[in-house]
Ligand binder design. Structure first.
Ligand code: AMP
Ligand code: MG
Length: 315
């Protein structure tokens, strides 16, 4: 990857940023919370590249940034609760987890295969201008290497991700400097999933009572061992599949029915992962057996293996 470009937040900079995003590249953008690392949320490869650039060891779901409520309605169901919260706090530092619309076109990597999606309408004028110019949904976690401090200036982004992403738009320092408050708005009462830039007192001032987190529901998707698993038995690190097993290859595996990446490319494998899990599930059926070829445990391979271990966990 060549040097990361520093783009000005003007018409030319936004045009260049939107072109990079349409081509599947990554652009860090200022929002009122922290700088986000944005990629086209409908493009599996772009979303996989976000995880690769951050060095994230897990495919946790990403927040989808949108321009307006009409766009939200295309990807998620605006529950009555969501409409109330949106009217009060959007655009702004609030993220809502909503039911995902079937056929939304979002990459399953964005939702980690869940049937909910986290969406936000940012208030920062540069983020809004880029969303308008791009015209689609942008997946954007914070623009820092995994485990490091969230960036609140373009210089922070360059220090952490310089040389690993195509560009950063310089919009100055972030006003809020804290991540967004995440509320589950799928039910009747809002449930706080992450404290952040919007105070919960402001939510309660609307006359809403925060519900307690439901323990029967996956709020942190990575926590449930067998989450998003095919119905049949799954074996990992298989170099010689048994007769009748659906073998999902990685690298050259001539007799494999499916492949994460025939060339052994980890970004391609991450982009294909949820699709391959679905296809293997369909091919194998409820009583079938699925075997995955070994995937190296480096870079994106760690997140892929984390997800495969969950798919293979006994249940
Ligand atoms: P980040 O992208 O780093 O700001 O983190 C996004 C946060 O949103 C993570 O803590 C996720 O667990 C949470 N999140 C995103 N999508 C969902 C979802 N569909 N359901 C529940 N939590 C979500
Ligand atoms: Mg973060």
């Amino acid at each position: 990857m060549p040097e990361t470009r520093l783009l000005a937040p003007d018409a030319a900079g936004l045009r260049d940023a939107a072109a990079i995003l349409h081509a599947g590249g990554l652009v860090a953008l200022p929002t009122e919370t922290v700088y986000g690392l944005a990629g086209d949320a409908t493009n599996d490869h772009a979303v996989a590249a976000i995880f690769a650039a951050k060095g994230r060891p897990r495919f946790n779901p990403l927040i989808v940034h949108l321009a307006d409520l009409a766009q939200v309605d295309r990807f998620a169901a605006l529950t009555p609760l969501a409409q109330r919260l949106a009217a009060a706090f959007w655009p702004g530092p609030m993220t809502l987890v909503l039911p995902l619309r079937e056929g939304s076109g979002l990459s399953p990597l964005v939702t980690a295969g869940l049937n909910t999606v986290a969406v936000r309408l940012p208030a920062h004028p540069v983020a809004r201008a880029l969303l308008a110019e791009f015209g689609g949904p942008l997946a954007a976690p914070s623009a820092n290497p995994s485990g490091r401090i969230s960036p609140v200036t373009a210089a922070h982004v360059l220090a952490g991700l310089g040389g690993r992403i195509a560009a950063v738009i310089d919009g100055g320092a972030c006003a809020v400097g804290l991540e967004s408050t995440i509320l589950d708005a799928t039910g009747a009462a809002p449930v706080l999933l992450r404290a952040g830039g919007l105070a919960t007192e402001a939510v309660e001032a609307l006359g809403l009572t925060l519900g307690s987190p439901r323990t029967d529901k996956i709020t942190a998707p990575g926590q449930l061992a067998s989450h998003y698993a095919p119905r049949g038995r799954v074996r990992l690190d298989v170099t010689a599949p048994e007769a009748g097993e659906i073998w999902v290859g990685f690298g050259p595996c001539p007799v494999a029915a499916l492949s994460l990446s025939q060339t052994g490319d980890l970004t391609e494998a991450a982009a294909r992962l949820f699709h391959a899990l679905h296809e293997a599930d369909t091919l194998a059926g409820p009583e079938g057996r699925i075997a995955f070829a070994p995937v190296p445990d480096t870079g994106l391979g760690r997140a892929i293996n984390d997800r495969l271990r969950r798919a293979a966990a006994p249940r």
